[in-house]
Design a protein around this ligand. Structure first.
Ligand code: ARG
Length: 460
């Protein structure tokens, strides 16, 4: 078979080594983008007077037919070709002959592959943002369903202070909102039109790059042809956005695995999202959450792998860059399915309010006792020491604050009065918080409203 570059060589490529470099099996996902780019390129060549109107029309017709064929039957995009660019060109020449051979004038696969991947990411990343939005909406609905029920918060995985259970869901939603912003910035990074770069030095034909950018939906053109032929920062940016989202999914999964366990039991996992054991009849395992946590390894690995691939490259296009596509496609598929699974699981969680509230009382009210003493005029550092001594006694006796008589309280500080009872509870603790980002019930309600606006603005 003749290749795009066969004229240069005396012998046919070695079949097994050639197949080592073939990318059509995966870059076929760029089929539509490749055709889109070629349609615009043919127009630009015609506008520059490089292609006759007749040739340009023949090319547009041929490319349109090829696009239809690929849309009708995805299996059409297959063959002995080295990559998707070679596939489309062969199809075109088979259909329209001579005119098809003029399409690649002044153009290189080096800029074509960059263009295709940029177009791909620009149309695919919004779908990822949609998935993130659905997950955030699921978390918002769980937050809303929790009402004013409290649960413990943890630092060092030790009970810290009471929070509203809604606050827990809103915390994870906040991280995923940052991810959505990161994806929006990844789109912006991909939004540079590389055509006109040629193989490396630019192109000899006066193609109107501003026209091409507008025609292809780009807001700007690359700055430098040499840089453009090897720049895959936009790939790294996408993989980083995916990696951090996967980190957040993994942390959500970890929290939910812990909080749905028998030991914690704050939330119940619906049976339909759990898996049993082949041996132990009692088991109800949170497998989808474990898989999301586990799959974060491959996404983070793809980012690290891609950075390693990029770091040693000399200037200009190098074939190493072909590795970008499997990194993007595998990462995209893994993150997409993980987001969908986690959104479904999150939407189905129910709160076990008695369990969560019971766990939110006891020693984790110690800070509130210290704040009570501060309100009575005790310096915070002294209050901390006084409460530390109370805690030591209670722990030794297996009791909690609620069991202390006023006399016992006052043995530690005569500033303590009969109002201490109502001041020291989980409800009082959350109500006492005063900042907008806090777990104060009014603040949480406002945060839920604000989040509903965020989701509403992105839902489509
Ligand atoms: N399949 C190649 C890639 O993915 C396309 C560019 C090929 N360019 C080249 N000079 N061999 O990077």
């Amino acid at each position: 078979m003749a290749h795009l570059w066969s004229g240069r060589f005396d012998e046919e490529p070695d079949a097994s080594v050639f197949s080592y470099g073939v990318s059509l099996s995966f870059d076929r996902l760029l089929f539509e983008d490749d055709v889109t780019g070629s349609l615009a390129w043919a127009e630009a060549l015609a506008r520059a007077g490089v292609l006759s109107e007749a040739d340009a029309a023949a090319i547009a017709g041929g490319l349109g037919d090829i696009l239809d064929a690929g849309r009708r039957d995805p299996a059409f995009v297959d063959g002995p070709d080295e990559d998707i660019h070679a596939f489309v060109e062969r199809q075109l020449v088979e259909r329209i002959g001579e005119a098809g051979k003029r399409l690649h004038t002044g153009r290189s696969r080096n800029e074509q592959v960059s263009l295709d991947l940029r177009l791909y990411l620009k149309r695919r990343i919004p779908l990822m943002v949609d998935r993130l939005t659905r997950l955030v909406a699921a978390l918002a609905s769980r937050a809303g369903a929790c009402g004013t029920a409290t649960m413990p918060s943890y630092t060092h995985l030790r009970r810290a202070q009471p929070i509203l259970a809604a606050h827990f869901f809103l915390a994870h939603a906040a991280a995923f909102r940052r991810d959505a912003g990161r994806f929006e910035r990844a789109i912006d990074e991909a939004d540079e039109m590389p055509l006109g770069s040629g193989a490396i030095a630019g192109t000899t034909y006066a193609v109107d790059t501003a026209f091409l950018a507008g025609r292809l939906g780009f807001s700007r053109t690359v700055l430098n042809s040499l840089d453009a032929s090897s720049d895959r920062d936009f790939v790294a940016g996408f993989l980083y956005a995916c990696s951090l989202t996967m980190v957040h999914l993994s942390r959500l999964a970890e929290d939910l695995i812990i909080f749905t366990s028998e030991e914690f039991g704050f939330f119940e996992l619906p049976d339909r999202f759990a898996t049993g054991s082949s041996l132990m009849p009692q088991k109800k395992n949170p497998d989808p959450l474990e898989l999301a946590r586990g799959k974060s390894g491959r996404v983070l690995g793809r980012l690290a792998g891609w950075l390693v691939t990029m770091k040693g490259l000399p200037g200009g296009y190098n074939r190493d860059l072909q590795e970008d596509k499997e990194a993007v496609f595998e990462t995209e598929a893994t993150l997409s399915s993980s987001l969908d699974a986690c959104a479904a699981v999150a939407a189905g969680l129910t709160l076990n309010a008695p369990r969560a509230e019971a766990a939110a009382s006891g020693m984790l009210l110690a800070t509130d006792v210290a704040d009570y003493l501060v309100a009575k005029g005790v310096a915070f550092r002294d209050a901390h020491a006084i409460v530390g001594a109370i805690v030591r006694k209670l722990v030794a006796e297996g009791r909690d604050f609620a069991s202390l008589s006023l006399e016992e309280w006052r043995a530690f500080s005569d500033r303590i009065g009969p109002d201490v009872g109502e001041a020291i509870s989980a409800k009082a603790s959350v109500a006492a918080k005063r900042t907008p980002q806090s777990t104060n019930p009014d603040a949480v309600r406002a945060a839920l409203d604000e989040l509903a606006g965020w989701v509403g603005a992105r839902r489509r």
